[in-house]
Design a protein around this ligand. Structure first.
Ligand SMILES: [Zn+2]
Length: 406
């Protein structure tokens, strides 16, 4: 099956200027041709031509900091009361909604009940149509550390327990390993600046993960904890209150940064979110340092990817992309962060993340120019996954995610 997209502007995700009046040929699941001008011959047999009427073709969007089953706030106390099966169903719905909004690659950085691996298998096998999942399984924290008691976090101490925990995630099919190396917003009784894992524990994790060719990502706010993590060989830093020394280390070692800006910058969402006071205080208290570190990292050329942390994935991915722009990225830089750099962080930029010949045809078509106004990323016309059209209309009879769970 050949699909031709014609009469469109291509924003290819590499950061190159947009190309107007283009045609794009997809054969099977791959892009085989990109050329200027309208597509010439009428559709032949086994060929469909889609006139995009001046629409904008981009790579599918990515969110590389996701917890599919998390709920913030959780007014119905579902996380405390629901069964693992209810949890998994809600997580799957969250993922499938994201695909229908054009979010086609997600990295899940800590999930309960191994629901991330189950949905990954289901989507890969075509049981349901969903986004491409890169999964970490259970996040790993110190005893009593950040995130303990939530989302299936494993509590381990010492390099031996760490090796065991990492190997267990790899056995289950982990694409990356997630460590909690400092305190955070959502756990009581700890400061965000507090360091948690020690160097020997982090080294044990990276040694075992790298042996299998897998990357290690870390939840990390405090500067001391981030430096220990980078010394310990981690590959991606999430959140982060970055200082000059950290930024230098990240550039030198090619460490990725996933700022999750909305977690501190979206004052409205934070205040309206129904969070306990201690969480609101921590989030807003870190806002200035978080933004400052992000801007320095951007200026220094740190590889910055797009991750939103909060669910629903659809709403918060689009919000995070907007925050990247508000915080100082150009619209083009934000789009590259949410496409190519995020695919690179997941280790698949050789086949995903840009609109180029030879790549898988994971594409979105927008009705308006996102370079003019980044919020135009919300004006979706079409989604194609591996060259196949995804039905993006809300299904009749299906309730809204917000109404169901918030
Ligand atoms: Zn997170």
């Amino acid at each position: 099956m050949k699909t031709v997209l014609t009469n469109c502007t291509v924003i290819d995700g590499t950061g190159q200027p947009p190309r107007k009046d283009m045609s794009l040929v997809i054969e099977g699941d791959r892009i085989i041709e990109l050329k200027a001008g309208k597509y010439g011959p009428p559709a032949g047999e086994g060929e469909r031509v889609l006139d995009l009427e001046g629409g904008y073709v981009l790579p599918g969007l990515w969110n590389v900091h996701v917890h599919l089953g998390d709920l913030i706030p959780d007014p119905q106390f579902l996380l405390e009361t629901e069964s693992p099966i209810d949890y998994a169903i809600r997580a799957g719905r969250n993922a499938m909604d994201a695909l229908r909004a054009g979010i086609m690659g997600i990295r899940i950085v800590g999930e309960d009940h191994y629901a991330d691996f189950a949905w990954k298998r289901a989507f890969d096998a075509g049981v349901f149509v969903g986004p491409r999942i890169f999964a970490c399984g259970r996040a790993i924290s110190i005893t009593g550390g950040h995130g303990h008691g939530t989302l299936g976090a494993l509590e381990v101490d010492g390099p031996f327990e760490m090796r065991k925990a990492v190997r267990e995630q790899l056995k289950q099919g982990a694409d990356q390993i997630k460590l909690m190396v400092t305190g955070g917003v959502m756990t009581a009784g700890e400061g965000m600046e507090e360091s948690q894992f020690l160097l020997d524990e982090i080294l044990a994790a990276t040694e075992v993960a790298h042996q299998k060719g897998r990357r290690v990502c870390v939840h990390a706010w405090g500067a001391a904890g981030i430096k220990t993590a980078i010394q310990g060989g981690v590959d991606t830093v999430e959140h982060g209150l970055l200082d000059d020394e950290i930024i230098e280390m990240m550039v030198e070692r090619g460490v990725f940064y996933v700022p999750t800006l909305n977690c501190t910058q979206d004052k409205e969402k934070i205040l309206e979110g129904g969070l306990p006071d201690f969480m609101v205080e921590k989030a807003l208290g870190a806002a200035e340092a978080h933004l400052e570190g992000f801007q320095k990292a951007l200026g220094a050329g740190v590889k910055i990817a797009c991750g939103a942390d909060t669910s629903p994935v659809t709403d918060f991915t689009l919000l995070e992309i907007e925050h990247l722009v508000r915080a100082g990225m150009s619209e083009m830089e934000a789009l590259v962060a949410a496409t190519r750099t995020s695919a690179d962080l997941c280790g698949v930029v050789d086949r995903l993340g840009t609109v180029e010949v030879g790549k898988l045809a994971d594409l979105i078509v927008l009705l308006a120019d996102p370079l003019e106004d980044i919020s135009n990323a919300r004006k979706l016309k079409l989604v194609l996954k591996a060259g196949r059209l995804v039905d993006i209309k809300p299904q009749e009879g299906q309730a809204d995610f917000w109404e169901l769970f918030f």
